[in-house]
Design a binder for this molecule. Structure first.
Ligand code: ADP
Ligand code: MG
Length: 344
C-alpha cells in the first residue's frame, strides 16, 4: 500500500507570536484522495492549506510528505504540491507567460506551448484566443482559471484549493470543478479543497474535515449551534429560535459557547410525530438532499427558521419518509447530544 501523501503530527501554528490558530494532533491524507475542509471563517482552513503547500512553516510539530520529513520552503517538496489561493495571483504578463512560469522554474519550459495549451483547455480556455492575452484582459473568473491552469500544467502530486469557486461566476465555477476532478482522475492528483460549497464537497470528497477555531471537530459532527444561551427550567439552557421552537442544551461553559450536535444523534420523522419525553423537537423543512460519495448515505439539510441542521440518512429511511426538498419534517435529538467546543 502507498504511504499517505501527508502525515501530520502534533501540529500547532501561530502567526507572529500570537495565539495558536491551528492545532492538529494527527491527520493523514491518502494519496489520490479528495479531502474537503469545512468550517466558518477564521477556523484555520487557509492556514492548513498554506502549511500543506509548505509555504508557511509550522510553529510546532511536523508535516511528513510521502512518509519523509519535509522542509518548508524547499523546492524538493514545493515542486510536488501547489496551492491555488482564493484571489488569483497573476503576473503582469501574458496568459502564456503565467501558465508557463511554473514549468520554467522547474526547468521544463522548452517547447512548452502544447503543455500550456492543454492546461488552458482543461479549464475551458482556448489557447488560440487566450494565450497571448494580457493579465488585464481577463474577467475575474477567467483569471482564476488561468491561475488554475498554471497549476495543472505542473501535473502536481497535490493540488490544494482555497475557496476556488467563491469569487467567480457560475460558469467558471463549473469549469474549475470539472478541471480539478479530471486532474485527480488522469494523474491521481491528491486534492485538498476548502470550500463553502458543501454540496460539491459532499459529492466528491472521500473525507471531510470540520475545522472550528483551529481544531478538528469529531468526524460526523456537522452542526454548530451558536448562543446566546439562557438558563431555563430543569437544568437545561435555552435559545429561542426564529419562527418558534426552542433549543435546549446542557449547561454551557459560558452563555456564548458554541455547541456541536453530532448528525448521528439526530432523527427525523413526519411532521406532528410525538417525541419521547425530554428530547428537543423542532419543526423544519427539507432544503437540500445530497448523496454523500464515500458513505452512499443521503445528507439532508433541514431548515428550522434561520438554523440549518444536517442529518445523514440511509436511502431506505429517505424512501420511507418520502423526503423531497420542500417537505415539512420534525427533528428530534437529546439535549445531551450537544457537546461544547473548547473555548477559543
Ligand atoms: P479560514 O481560512 O478558515 O477563514 P484562516 O486560516 O485564514 O481561516 O485564519 C485562521 C486564523 O488565523 C484567524 O483568526 C486569522 O485572523 C488568523 N490569521 C490568518 N492569517 C494570518 C496572518 N497572516 N497573520 C496573522 N493572523 C492570521
Ligand atoms: Mg480562508
Amino acid at each position: 500500500m502507498k504511504p499517505p501523501l501527508y502525515t501530520i503530527r502534533s501540529l500547532v501554528h501561530a502567526y507572529d507570536g500570537g495565539p495558536p490558530v491551528l492545532a492538529i494532533e494527527r491527520l493523514s491524507v491518502a494519496a489520490g484522495s479528495i479531502l474537503g475542509l469545512v468550517g466558518p471563517n477564521g477556523s484555520g482552513k487557509s492556514t492548513l492549506l498554506k502549511l500543506l503547500a509548505f509555504v508557511e512553516k509550522p510553529t510546532r510539530g511536523e508535516i511528513r510528505f510521502k512518509d519523509r520529513p519535509a522542509a518548508p520552503f524547499s523546492d524538493a517538496v514545493r515542486f510536488q504540491v501547489t496551492l491555488l489561493t482564493q484571489e488569483p495571483y497573476l503576473m503582469r504578463r501574458s496568459v502564456h507567460a503565467n501558465v508557463a512560469y511554473g514549468l520554467k522554474l522547474r526547468g521544463r519550459s522548452r517547447d512548452c506551448r502544447p503543455q500550456v495549451a492543454a492546461a488552458l483547455s482543461l479549464v475551458g480556455l482556448a489557447a488560440e484566443r487566450f494565450a497571448d492575452r494580457k493579465w488585464y484582459q481577463l474577467s475575474g473568473g477567467e483569471a482564476q482559471r488561468v491561475s488554475l491552469a498554471a497549476r495543472l500544467a505542473l501535473q502536481p502530486e497535490a493540488l490544494l484549493l482555497d475557496e476556488p469557486t467563491a469569487s467567480v461566476d457560475a460558469a467558471s465555477a463549473e469549469l474549475i470543478k470539472a478541471a480539478v476532478i479530471r486532474a485527480r482522475d488522469q494523474w491521481g492528483t491528491t486534492l485538498v479543497i476548502a470550500s463553502h460549497d458543501r454540496q460539491w464537497l459532499y459529492e466528491i470528497c472521500d473525507d471531510s474535515l470540520h475545522l472550528f477555531r483551529g481544531r478538528i471537530l469529531e468526524s460526523g459532527a456537522d452542526n454548530l449551534l451558536f448562543g446566546p444561551w439562557q438558563p431555563g427550567p430543569s437544568g437545561f439552557w435555552h435559545k429561542p429560535l426564529a419562527g418558534g421552537g426552542v433549543l435546549r442544551v446542557p449547561p454551557p461553559p459560558d452563555d456564548q459557547a458554541v455547541g456541536v450536535l453530532d448528525t448521528r444523534a439526530v432523527s427525523l420523522t413526519a411532521p406532528g410525530a410525538a417525541s419521547p419525553q425530554g428530547l428537543n423537537t423542532l419543526d423544519g423543512v427539507v432544503s437540500r438532499l445530497v448523496l454523500e460519495k464515500n458513505t452512499r448515505r443521503i445528507v439532508a439539510t433541514i431548515s428550522v427558521g434561520l438554523l440549518a441542521l444536517t442529518v445523514k440518512l440511509d436511502p431506505e429511511r429517505l424512501q420511507a419518509l418520502h423526503l423531497y426538498p420542500g417537505k415539512a419534517v420534525r427533528i428530534h435529538f437529546a439535549p445531551q447530544a450537544v457537546a461544547w467546543c473548547d473555548p477559543a
